[in-house]
Design a protein around this ligand. Structure first.
Ligand code: 3HC
Length: 709
C-alpha cells in the first residue's frame, strides 16, 4: 500500500483472511502516511474477491497510539482521520481490530470503526485527547457513547484515562481478550471465528440503543455538566467533550460527527491546546540530558534511607512501591521505631484507601523494609539517600559517616530543598558519587524529583538519578547547584512578591483568589498555611542570620507566627480552620495585623485588582525562571515548566510559566517588569536573558528547540 501500511492475505486460508498492518514506529501514530496507507489498504480489501475478513493490526510495540500530535497546528494533508475511519467502518466485509500496547485517541477511534475488536490482556485503550486540550476528533465522542453509554463514555473521555483490556471487555469496548501477547495471532483467531460463525458487519455508528435510552434526559446531562466542570478546574476541553457526547444522543450520527469536527477545530485553535501539547513534548524532552549520553546508570537493587521523618518515610515508601528493598537508618532505636511507624502509617493509609491489600502492605513493611540504628547497615545499598534535617553541619557530618560505610560505587544522595551539594560532597572522599535528590512532600505521592548535578558528580551517577526517577514513576528534572535549585528558587521570588503586595495594600485573600482563578489548586497564603508558617519563619531567621539583605515585607507573617498560628496544623494561620476543616475562612484579625504593620511603616495601602496581581505574580516567576535558565541551573526553559507543573501546582493547561510567557509575548512581559521597576528597582531587575531574547526577536521555545541533548 505504502511502506507504512501493508496489505497481505494469509495463504493457508485460501486468501479468506486479509491482514492490514500499520508499521510506523515508534507508536504507529496516525500521521499522513498512515492515513493514506489505510485508505489504500481498505480499498485493496474491498476489491479482493477472495478476502472475506480483514485483521487490522499494529507492528512493533503498540497499536496506533493516536493521531500524529506533531501535525496539529499545521495545515491538514488529506485524507483526514475521520474520513479514513468512516471509510473503514463503511466496508461491507467484516474487519477485526487486534489491539496490543495502547490504542489511544485516533487509535481507539480507528478500532471503533472496525466491526470487531480483540485485545491482548496487557493492552490498554483510551481517549486521552483531553490531556492535549482537545477532544476525540474522529468519532470518539459519537461512537464510544453508542458502545458503553454516556456515563461511562463521559468518565473515559473527560478523564482521558487508560482502560485496561479486562475493563474494556466488561464495558463492551472490545469483544474479547486474548491470553497471549501476539496481536496478530489473536486477530487471526478472531477472524477464523468470524468466518466459522458467519459473523456479519457490525457498525458502531448504527448501535443507537444506549444513546436513545438517555435522549432528552436533561437532568442527567446537567448532573454530568456539574461534575465535569468541578473536575476541569479552568480547563475548557473536558466540558467541550461532554457537550459532544450529549450531542451524540440528540443528533443523527453524521450530524454528530460534523458537530464533533467543529468542536475539534475550535479547541485546536485555543491557547490551552498549544500549552498542553507543549507540556506533552516537554514531559518527554525533560528526560534528555547530557549525562544520559555519556553515563551509564548503576544498579538500583537496594537502597538505604537515612532519617525516618516525613521526608525519609515518604521516600522509603516510594521505593517500596517500586519493589526496592530499603533499610532505614536512624540515630537510635527509639527514632528507628518512630521511622517505622511513619512508614507503616502511610502503608496503612494505602490499605484503607483500597490502593492495595493487607498482604501487599505486610510484604512491603516486613519483607522489603527494615530499620536499623547502626549506620554500618548501609553497607550493601546501591544508593544511600540522606533525608535528615535541613542543616549543612548535620548533613556534612552524616556524609562523613556515609563515606566510611557505603560500598564502593554506591550512589550517595542528599535529599535537600536548598543546600549546596558541592559542599555536602566535599565531606566525602568520593564527591563524584554524590548528587542531590530533591523529593517533594509527600514524597510517595508527588511526582517531581529534582536531580541536582554538582560540579564533580559523575555522569553515571546523574544517569542513576534519572533511572531512579523512572523506577519510582517520577518526573526527573536536572538541576544545577544554587540556593533552592529550580523550583524553590523561583517559589521564593513569587512568595516574596506576594508578601510585598500584601504590605503595599493588597489583601492576602485577594491574592489567593486571583491565583486560584488563574488555575492553581491554592493560593500562596493557603499553601503557607498547609506547609506550616513556622517553616518560612525559620527560613527567614536563617537567612537574616546569614546576612541576607533585601526588602523585608514579612513582619506581618512573623507576627502571625509569633501568635502560635502556624496554619492548618494549629487551626489558625492566614485563615481560620474550624473543627479540623481543611478549608479556611478569612481571619479579620490577620487583616488588622497587616494594617498595623503598614501603619507602623507609614505605608499608604494601594490595593491591586486581580489582573494587576497576576501580572506581577507571573512576571516575578518568569523573570526568575529566565535567570535560572541563563545561569544553567535549568538546562532549558522547558525544564522550568516541568518543575513548576509537577512540583508547584502550575495549571497544566497553561503549559508552565515560560510557555505562558511565550504565549503572552516576551516583549509584553519585559515591558511589565520594566513598568514595575519604579516600585522596587532591585526586585524587578529584568533578567538579561529576557532582554536578549526580546532583542533577538526570539522566545523561550527558540531555546527549547536549539537544545539538543
Ligand atoms: N504523535 C506523535 N508522536 C508521538 C505520539 C503521537 N500521538 N505518541 C507518542 N509519540 C512520540 C513521543 O513524543 C516519543 O518521541 P521521542 O522518542 O522523540 O521523545 C515517542 O513517540 C515515544 O513515546 P513515549 O516516550 O511517550 O513512549 P511510552 O512507551 O512511554 O508511551 C504512549 C507510549 C502511552 C503511547 C505515549 O506516548 C502516549 O501517551 N502518547 C500520546 C497518546 C495520545 O495522546 N493520543 C491521542 C492523540 S490526539 C488524537 O488522536 C486526536 C484524534 O482524536 C483525532
Amino acid at each position: 500500500m505504502n511502506e507504512i501500511v501493508s496489505y497481505a492475505v494469509l495463504p493457508d486460508e485460501a486468501g479468506a483472511i486479509a491482514v492490514i498492518t500499520i508499521d510506523n514506529p515508534p507508536v504507529n501514530a496516525a500521521g499522513h502516511a498512515v492515513r493514506e496507507g489505510l485508505v489504500k489498504a481498505a480499498k485493496a480489501f474491498a476489491d479482493d474477491p477472495s478476502a472475506k475478513v480483514a485483521v487490522v493490526v499494529g507492528a512493533g510495540r503498540t497499536f496506533i497510539a493516536g493521531a500524529d500530535i506533531k501535525e496539529f497546528g499545521k495545515p491538514l494533508q488529506p485524507p483526514s482521520l475521520p474520513e479514513v475511519t468512516n471509510m473503514l467502518e463503511a466496508l461491507d466485509k467484516p474487519t477485526v481490530c487486534a489491539i496490543h500496547g495502547t490504542a489511544l485517541g485516533g487509535g481507539l477511534e480507528t478500532a471503533l470503526c472496525c466491526h470487531y475488536r480483540v485485545a491482548v490482556k496487557s493492552a490498554r485503550v483510551g481517549l486521552p485527547e483531553v490531556h492535549l486540550g482537545l477532544l476525540p476528533g474522529s468519532g470518539g465522542t459519537q461512537r464510544l457513547p453508542r458502545l458503553v453509554g454516556i456515563e461511562a463514555a463521559t468518565d473515559i473521555i473527560t478523564s482521558g484515562r487508560h482502560v485496561s483490556a479486562p475493563e474494556a471487555l466488561k464495558l463492551g469496548i472490545v469483544d474479547a481478550n486474548d491470553d497471549g501477547d501476539d496481536p496478530l495471532a489473536a486477530g487471526i483467531a478472531f477472524a477464523r471465528r468470524v468466518l466459522a460463525e458467519n459473523l456479519p458487519v457490525r457498525r458502531t455508528s448504527e448501535m443507537n440503543e444506549k444513546i436513545e435510552a438517555v435522549r432528552g434526559n436533561t437532568k442527567l446531562f446537567d448532573e454530568l455538566r456539574a461534575a465535569v466542570k468541578k473536575k476541569a478546574k479552568g480547563q475548557i476541553s473536558p466540558l467541550t467533550c461532554l457537550e459532544a457526547i450529549i450531542d451524540s444522543t440528540e443528533l443523527p450520527f453524521m450530524k454528530g460527527m460534523a458537530r464533533e469536527r467543529e468542536y475539534f477545530m475550535e479547541l485546536l485553535n485555543t491557547p490551552q491546546r498549544e500549552a498542553m501539547i507543549h507540556a506533552f513534548f516537554a514531559d518527554r524532552e525533560v528526560g534528555k540530558v547530557p549525562e544520559l549520553k555519556t553515563g551509564h546508570a548503576r544498579p538500583l537493587d537496594g537502597a538505604a534511607v537515612i532519617g525516618g521523618g516525613t521526608m525519609g518515610a515518604g521516600i522509603t515508601v516510594s521505593m517500596l512501591f517500586a519493589g526496592m528493598p530499603v533499610t532505614m537508618v536512624e540515630r537510635d532505636e527509639e527514632s528507628a521505631q518512630r521511622g517505622r511507624q511513619n512508614v507503616e502509617r502511610i502503608l496503612d493509609d494505602g490499605v484503607k484507601r483500597g490502593k492495595f491489600d493487607q498482604a501487599h502492605r505486610d510484604h512491603l513493611a516486613n519483607k522489603l523494609y527494615s530499620v536499623s540504628s547502626d549506620i554500618a547497615s548501609i553497607a550493601s545499598a546501591d544508593i544511600v539517600i540522606e533525608a535528615a534535617f535541613e542543616n549543612m553541619d548535620i548533613k556534612k557530618d552524616l556524609f562523613r559517616q556515609i563515606d566510611q560505610h557505603a560500598k564502593a560505587g554506591a550512589v550517595l544522595a542528599s535529599n535537600t530543598s536548598y543546600l549546596n551539594i558541592n559542599e555536602i560532597a566535599s565531606a566525602t572522599k568520593r564527591p563524584q558519587d554524590v548528587l542531590g535528590l530533591h523529593f517533594f512532600s509527600p514524597a510517595h505521592v508527588m511526582r517531581l524529583l529534582e536531580i541536582v548535578v554538582a560540579d564533580k558528580t559523575h555522569a553515571d551517577v546523574a544517569a542513576t538519578g534519572f533511572a531512579l526517577a523512572k523506577k519510582l514513576k517520577k518526573v526527573g528534572v536536572r538541576a544545577g547547584v544554587c540556593d533552592g535549585f529550580i523550583g524553590n528558587r523561583i517559589l521564593e521570588r513569587y512568595l516574596s512578591l506576594a508578601s510585598f503586595m500584601v504590605e503595599d495594600g493588597t489583601s492576602p485573600y485577594d491574592i489567593d483568589k486571583a491565583v486560584l482563578n488563574f488555575g492553581y489548586p491554592m493560593g500562596p497564603n493557603q499553601m503557607g498555611d498547609l506547609a506550616g508558617l513556622d517553616i518560612g519563619m525559620a527560613n527567614r531567621k536563617r537567612k537574616r542570620a546569614e546576612g541576607w539583605k533585601g526588602r523585608y515585607a514579612s513582619d506581618y507573617m512573623d507576627r502571625i507566627g509569633e501568635l502560635g498560628r502556624f496554619g492548618q496544623k494549629t487551626g489558625r494561620g492566614f485563615y481560620i480552620y474550624e473543627n479540623g476543616s481543611r478549608i479556611g475562612k478569612p481571619d479579620p484579625e490577620v487583616l488588622e495585623i497587616i494594617d498595623q504593620v503598614r501603619a507602623e511603616k507609614g505605608i499608604t495601602p494601594k490595593p491591586l485588582n486581580e489582573e494587576e496581581i497576576m501580572r506581577r505574580y507571573m512576571a516575578a516567576m518568569i523573570n526568575e525562571g529566565a535567570r535560572v535558565v541563563e545561569e544553567g541551573i535549568a538546562l532549558r526553559p522547558l525544564d522550568v515548566d516541568i518543575t513548576m507543573l509537577y512540583g508547584y501546582g502550575f495549571p497544566r493547561w497553561r503549559g508552565g510559566p515560560l510557555k505562558y510567557a511565550d504565549m503572552v509575548g516576551l516583549d509584553t512581559i519585559l515591558a511589565d517588569i520594566r513598568s514595575f521597576q519604579s516600585e522596587d528597582p532591585e526586585f524587578w531587575k529584568p533578567a538579561q536573558l529576557l532582554i536578549d531574547l526580546v532583542d533577538r526577536g526570539e522566545n523561550f521555545d527558540t531555546l527549547n528547540k536549539k537544545a539538543n541533548f
